[in-house]
Design a protein around this ligand. Structure first.
Ligand code: 2F8
Length: 134
């Protein structure tokens, strides 16, 4: 199993970061066109994503991830894996002004995971599974 060219291999999956800011749904569409989805962060790996974003962008940068809220308190991953995530920033998800339905990593020093308005344009991180090689 291996990752396509231009994707970063990390454990069992592949990641690709995009700097050009897009709305959450356009970012997901772009990831799908690349054979993946917006990244579904695992709690055990959040520091890896922080380091990856910081390294690739040169600094912390607001970045979309693949979780979205379907109902009050109910989040899903666009990739379809079960939503298991407890690494939100302190007090998040806050649903500030009642319309924060998408998951981002913030550009603050702690790069916290936060809920944000899906219509904002941000850089984004795609994930995909490895491909079978023969
Ligand atoms: O203090 C956390 C809070 O900060 C902002 O709201 C004031 C964020 N909003 C935007 O970035 C649009 C909230 O998402 C965040 O919870």
């Amino acid at each position: 199993m291996s990752c396509p060219e231009e994707w970063i291999t990390y454990k069992d999956r592949c990641f690709k970061f995009f700097y050009d800011p897009k709305e959450w749904s356009a970012a997901e569409t772009k990831c799908v066109s690349e054979g993946g989805n917006l990244a579904s962060p695992r709690d055990a790996e959040v520091d890896y994503y922080r380091g990856l974003v910081k390294q690739l962008a040169g600094r912390p940068i607001r970045t979309w991830f693949g979780a979205f809220k379907i109902n009050v308190g109910t989040w899903k991953f666009s990739k379809g894996d079960r939503f298991v995530f407890t690494s939100w920033g302190k007090g998040e998800p806050s649903d500030t002004v009642g319309k924060e339905n998408c998951m981002e990593m913030m550009d603050t020093a702690k790069q916290i995971f936060n809920d944000a308005p899906c219509s904002a344009k941000k850089a984004f991180l795609c994930v995909r599974d490895k491909m079978a090689t023969n």
